[in-house]
Design a binder for this molecule. Structure first.
Ligand code: PAF
Length: 298
């Protein structure tokens, strides 16, 4: 496994990698969710590249950029075991040179849900992912369903900019009690950690209702809110039943939906989601036209 920091080194090693190249962008402090994406890439691609970069521009002024957990030696040991070919750990100076003033924005999909509560967040994500894509030039890139809106926004951006990259979405990995894996779970104290399962319980209750025939968007949102209200440590920021493609809030009867929420447990903001009525756990992949084959719809 090669570990590189500078752009010239990255480009030189990348040129020697057999294609297709699979790419997993991360902010490090890796958990089984990241590693499941790395394994998907390993199964589907000839080479696997992982980037580790805590991207300052996707954090708001009152968010956790400086506290965000970091452990590079541990991350590298985990990636080595997964058979990763190349790890890129760029510095903030490479990603945002002095005088930086060029941004990539996806206009509509980013107005709702996370975007409505974290102004500027997706502008930071789409800009850094564009720069990472440009440098790594992968054929396939892997994102987690856990950050559902991020995955949809990246798919839209890739399509709109005609990037020749397939965007694959891997399932959310959960603890045995249902809590979705997230680097931010390390902020929870034992009492908060127990309370944090309420997101999964709320989503599961709404999914169960949907499976038993409940189709009204308002009722599905109410079911989630009722479960969340039972947990005294939980402070709800939003609960949503939205169209899985446009992410617009749904009203009246729904055929399929992205159920999602952001909830503070103490000071820690957690998000989670589930798809219903799609016959699958994750968003379908975005495959650019040049990669279409008879069996590319997964
Ligand atoms: O999901 C993440 O870890 C980050 O948002 C990403 C995609 C690596 C961009 O910084």
């Amino acid at each position: 496994m090669r570990v590189v920091t500078t752009l010239p080194e990255l480009r030189r090693v990348r040129r020697g990698l057999p294609e297709p190249v699979g790419f997993v962008p991360t902010m490090g402090y890796l958990h089984q969710g990241h590693l499941s994406l790395v394994r998907m890439a390993r199964r589907e691609c000839a080479s696997v590249v992982v980037s580790i970069f805590v991207n300052p521009t996707q954090f708001g002024p009152n968010e956790d950029y400086t506290q965000y957990p970091r452990d590079l030696p541990r991350d590298l040991a985990l990636l080595e075991k997964e058979g990763v070919d190349l790890v890129w750990t760029p510095t903030p100076e490479v990603m945002y040179p002095q005088g930086f003033q060029t941004w990539v924005t996806v206009e509509k999909l980013t107005q709702v849900l996370e975007g409505a509560h974290r102004p500027g967040h997706f502008r930071g994500v789409t800009t850094v992912v564009t720069k990472l894509f440009n440098a790594v030039q992968p054929q396939r890139a892997y994102f987690g369903q856990k950050d559902a809106q991020q995955a949809r926004v990246i798919q839209q951006m890739t399509r709109d900019l005609n990037l020749p990259i397939a965007i694959i979405v891997g399932p959310t990995v959960r603890e045995p009690d249902g809590l979705a894996l997230s680097s931010r779970n390390t902020y929870l104290n034992p009492q908060e950690r127990r309370a944090a399962t309420v997101l999964y319980r709320a989503l599961s209750a709404a999914r169960r209702a949907f499976e038993q025939g409940e189709r009204d968007a308002e009722t599905l949102r109410r079911i989630m809110l009722e479960v969340l209200a039972q947990e005294s440590l939980a402070r709800v920021q939003y609960v949503s039943c939205a169209d899985p493609e446009t992410l617009e809030e749904l009203h009246g009867p729904v055929e399929k939906a992205l159920l999602s929420m952001a909830v503070f447990i103490g000071k820690t903001r957690l998000i989670d989601n589930m798809l219903v009525g799609m016959g699958r756990e994750t968003f379908p992949p975005y495959i650019p036209e040049e990669q279409w084959t008879v069996d590319s719809e997964q």
